[in-house]
Design a protein around this ligand. Structure first.
Ligand code: TMP
Length: 210
């Protein structure tokens, strides 16, 4: 088995967690070692960074956009070095919920920073590691917000942003996918869980059987 790096992207509430879990099950059945992971927060350092980013209290105040981009990049650097690269090196499939494209969409397109600047920072943090396949679960902001309401629990700092922010993020993701169909599999996340998983498995199978 060879190492393969697969990432999942899309708005909060698109169903990434479910699809990641189902893909892990299937790959494991095929005899592949799988490392299921996520950003931000999958290392001990990253977990602290995640708390600051998403649940930082009043004592932190507003996070400057550049500081925010660097914190996501710091989480990524630690995660790639400690988890992703070692897993790929021993031949595992890394199936990951969010990666660089989230930074490009949320910090770049959704906020005031230039996408190219965010790409440079992230690319440096990740020592140039990009996924072979990125599954984009495309969902409109209203539906995603409704799913989050049904899921319950309080919105984190980014989830609580206005619908316009989430629409800008969505448009950014769609633009990335359309510009790079070789890396991206863009799927309409309003389709059933089973249909989505079938499409994902077909694409992963063709990647692995290549
Ligand atoms: P999660 O809830 O999917 O774990 O992600 C936490 C939030 O962090 C989500 O709203 C998207 C955001 N995010 C960024 O803004 N930039 C990034 O680089 C990553 C990985 C996540």
């Amino acid at each position: 088995m060879r190492g393969v790096f697969i990432t999942f992207e899309g708005g909060d509430g698109a169903g990434k967690t479910t699809q990641v879990r189902l893909l892990e099950e299937w790959l494991t059945e095929r005899g592949q070692e799988v490392v299921r992971t996520f950003e931000p927060g999958a290392t001990p350092l990253g977990a602290e960074v995640r708390k600051l980013l998403l649940h930082g209290g009043d004592e932190i105040g507003a996070i400057d956009p550049r500081a925010e981009a660097l914190l996501y990049a710091a989480d990524r650097a630690q995660h790639v070095a400690q988890v992703v690269k070692p897993a790929l090196a021993r031949g595992a499939a890394v199936v990951q919920d969010r990666y660089i494209d989230s930074s490009l969409a949320y910090q770049g397109a959704g906020r005031v920073l230039q996408v190219d600047d965010v790409r440079r920072i992230s690319d440096w943090a990740a020592v140039g590691l990009w996924p072979e396949l990125t599954v984009l679960l495309d969902i409109d902001a209203e539906t995603a917000a409704e799913r989050r309401r049904q899921r319950g629990g309080a919105d984190d700092r980014l989830e609580a942003e206005a619908v316009e922010f989430h629409e800008a993020v969505r448009e950014a993701f769609r633009g990335f996918a359309d510009a790079d169909p070789r890396r991206f599999l863009k799927l309409d996340a309003s389709r059933s869980i089973e249909e989505l998983q079938q499409a994902i498995r077909a694409r992963v199978a063709s990647l692995l059987d290549d």
